[in-house]
Design a protein around this ligand. Structure first.
Ligand code: MSP
Length: 660
């Protein structure tokens, strides 16, 4: 690899498939995506991975409750996780499923390496096991609850393969000493160092009480302990046993929540050392987003979902809020109130207002052409100096993952621009040559400041900064700007501004909160009609609905769903949403606009005229900002849940005919 393109490999945890993503999960993935964008703008070749952790007792039970096989259950859940990440613009470069064959082989290979090197032996283990966290609880007695989640533990005795973790106490402590940057933040490092100093017990890494896991070759019914399986996903994502070919291993950064730091900084490096493989460079543990002062969980009923926020305020607003609101590494409270307040003050009144004011003034005074700065006054120079300094500070913030600080610096620059405009009052200047030239300098200065803010904010707010970029008619795309070359003074005058685009329309706080809560409620507790439409078929609009509902419904419930034969009139792709197509569908009585998650499998042109099954009495909703009024029915086929449209190939059915 050329020295001009150093590599950077970062990961999110792989998420459990027994639930769907809430903003706690979204937080980790947003951070990863932001770092990925930032590093790319600094010239790195970046790979970001995420995925789904699909084995273990929880999945076994959830699948049983849902009355489906584990394979079908996880396939569906993994498809939903993936679809939501895509919808939120958070598509990773690699998505690992722990049921992928390649991953299975990597886990088995890693085990062999550890065993061949003498770090694995067979023994018996009896202990208290938390089935929710998939972990034995050290020092717990029968009847004790799990200290992490508070739920009852179960006594389990098994014949296991053990990993000689105890042999790694010294190597780990030496490693932490030699690489103080390995565990971040500092406080977590101290915590882990004292844990390891307290002594390490050998770890059982296979199970015989669980069926749904990766088999230990030749040792059935042993399957791998979920954490031995899950951690290895980081390696399988970039080549597994052949990681050398891809050149990405070791990982540069594992992003994790503070709940899983021990697995990542004790077990994982020990497994790798035992296999004589390179150890990751850094593990960064962030805090939790709390709701009502508690960690979000579906059973507590305090989860906040990302989709309603993205639909109402835009994904950039959620990204900004998550990164600005709490210091990375600490816990923070989520509240819709704080979210909308920040949206209105920092985005609508801050960046949005600066952009629209700048553009309006240039339109009015210079026919939309960026003017040329002529004579610079001390206040112009002072602002330039401040912005130049802010570039360094913001980059340092990003580099240290101090996102709140980086954003504070950038928004400090926006505030200075507002102040500058208020003092300079370009709108009050007349038409004399002198005043015209002053106006030009002030407006060039403001536009240049806006350009720099746009570049710096891009890793956090990719969509809206791309809009400002085209508004300022800047060359190329904002993500291609090299941060190392960013300086004050690079804005070329004379360019005609691009067409105006709404950035962050102000919202009424109460109304916005009500709407987001209503959308979240609908998603968490879907009306029977929505569930019915999902039984055996996937709505191509891909709403995230619990697949586990075991109840049967009555014929009256079924009758609430109105389905009709529709005919597709137009079909087009939606910018920025790889999976969605915007359709107009004739349902006999009217033409409806419906979004369908089928873009990766159907060519829009080929859909015209096709007859499909449509749920017509579904409450309208927005998908990626586009209203969808109804739902086209599709079967979910194969492990990826590939949508196949339900249709009427044999009969010439009338458009609008009811399905019953
Ligand atoms: N499957 C394991 C990870 C295996 S990695 C080899 C797991 N999955 S999880 O779905 O329960 O959670 C994964 C991560 O989601 C957490 O570590 C954390 O990064 C994030 N979060 C889950 N809830 C969270 C909050 N309420 N707040 C912030 N992040 C949280 O653990």
């Amino acid at each position: 690899m050329s020295p001009r393109n150093p590599k950077f490999y970062l990961t999110t945890p792989i998420y459990y498939t027994n639930g769907l993503p809430h903003i706690g999960h979204t937080y980790t993935t947003v951070v990863a995506d932001t770092i990925r964008r930032y590093k790319r703008m600094r010239g790195y070749e970046v790979v970001m991975t995420t995925g789904t952790d699909e084995h273990g007792v929880n999945v076994e039970r959830a699948a049983k409750n849902a009355g489906v096989s584990e394979t079908a259950f996880v396939a569906k859940m993994a498809a939903e996780w993936r679809a939501l990440w895509d919808e939120l613009g958070l598509t990773a470069d690699e998505f690992v499923r722990t049921t992928d064959l390649h991953h299975v082989r990597t886990v088995q290979w890693l085990f062999r390496q550890c065993r061949e090197n003498g770090y694995v032996y067979k023994g018996h283990y009896t202990g208290q096991y938390c089935i929710y966290d998939n972990a034995f609880v050290n020092d717990a007695k029968p009847g004790d609850n799990c200290p992490d989640c508070g739920r009852p533990t179960e006594t389990v005795t098994e014949e296991n393969y053990f990993f000689k973790l105890s042999a790694f106490q010294k190597p780990l402590l030496d490693f932490y000493k030699k690489h103080p940057e390995f565990i971040q933040p500092e406080s977590r490092r101290n915590e882990i160092v004292s844990f390891v100093e307290g002594g390490l017990k050998d770890l059982s890494i296979t199970r015989t009480t669980i069926r749904w896991g990766i088999p230990v070759p030749g040792e059935e019914p042993h399957v791998f302990y979920v954490w031995f399986d899950a951690l290895t996903a980081y390696l399988s994502a970039v080549g597994g046993p052949e990681f050398d070919k891809r050149g990405m291993w070791p990982a540069d950064l594992h992003l994790v929540g503070k709940d899983i730091i021990r697995f990542h900084t004790v077990y994982w490096p020990a497994f790798l050392m035992a296999a004589m493989l390179p150890v990751p460079k850094q593990v960064w543990a962030h805090g939790w987003f709390l709701m009502d002062a508690a960690k979000m969980s579906k059973s507590k009923g305090n989860v906040v979902l990302p989709r309603p926020i993205a639909n109402m305020l835009g994904m950039d607003a959620l990204r900004y809020f998550l990164l600005r609101e709490v210091v990375f590494g600490q816990d923070g409270n989520f509240s819709y109130d704080a979210l909308v307040t920040r949206y209105n003050s920092d985005l609508a009144n801050g960046l949005g207002n600066l952009a629209s004011r700048t553009v309006a003034l240039i339109e009015k005074n210079f026919s939309g052409k960026i003017p040329k700065a002529t004579e610079r006054k001390p206040q112009d120079e002072a602002l330039a100096k401040e912005v130049q300094a802010a570039i360094g500070e913001a980059l340092e913030g990003f580099e240290n993952l101090s996102f709140a600080r980086a954003l504070e610096t950038i928004w400090g620059v926006i505030a200075s621009a507002d102040k500058y405009l208020t003092t300079e009052q370009p709108w009050a200047l007349g038409h004399s040559a002198e005043e015209q030239s002053r106006k030009a300098t002030v407006l060039w200065t403001t536009a240049e400041l806006l350009r720099i803010v746009t570049v710096l904010a891009h890793p956090v707010m990719p969509a809206s900064t791309a809009k400002v970029w085209s508004l300022l008619a800047l060359p190329g795309s904002v993500e291609a700007v090299e941060l190392d070359g960013l300086r004050w003074g690079q804005l070329t005058p004379g360019k005609q501004l691009g067409p105006a685009q709404p950035l962050f329309p102000r919202v009424d706080k109460n109304e916005a909160i009500e709407r987001m809560e209503a959308m979240a409620n609908e998603e968490l507790n879907p009306a029977p009609a929505t569930q019915t439409a999902k039984a055996g078929a996937t709505p191509a609009g891909a709403a995230a609905v619990s697949p586990t509902s075991p109840e049967k419904i009555s014929i009256e419930d079924f009758a609430k769903v109105e389905m009709r034969v529709g005919q597709i009139k137009t079909a087009e792709r939606i910018m920025g949403a790889d999976k969605l197509l915007k359709l107009t569908v004739d349902i006999g009585t009217e033409i409806r606009q419906i979004c369908a998650g089928i873009a990766q499998y159907y060519e829009p042109e080929k859909l015209i005229g096709r007859k499909v099954a449509v749920v017509v009495n579904l409450a309208p909703r927005k998908l990626r900002g586009v209203e969808s009024n109804g739902m086209v029915i599709a079967a979910a086929v194969g492990p990826e849940g590939r949508p196949v449209l339900a249709g009427f190939p044999d009969e010439d059915v009338e458009v609008g005919a009811r399905l019953k």
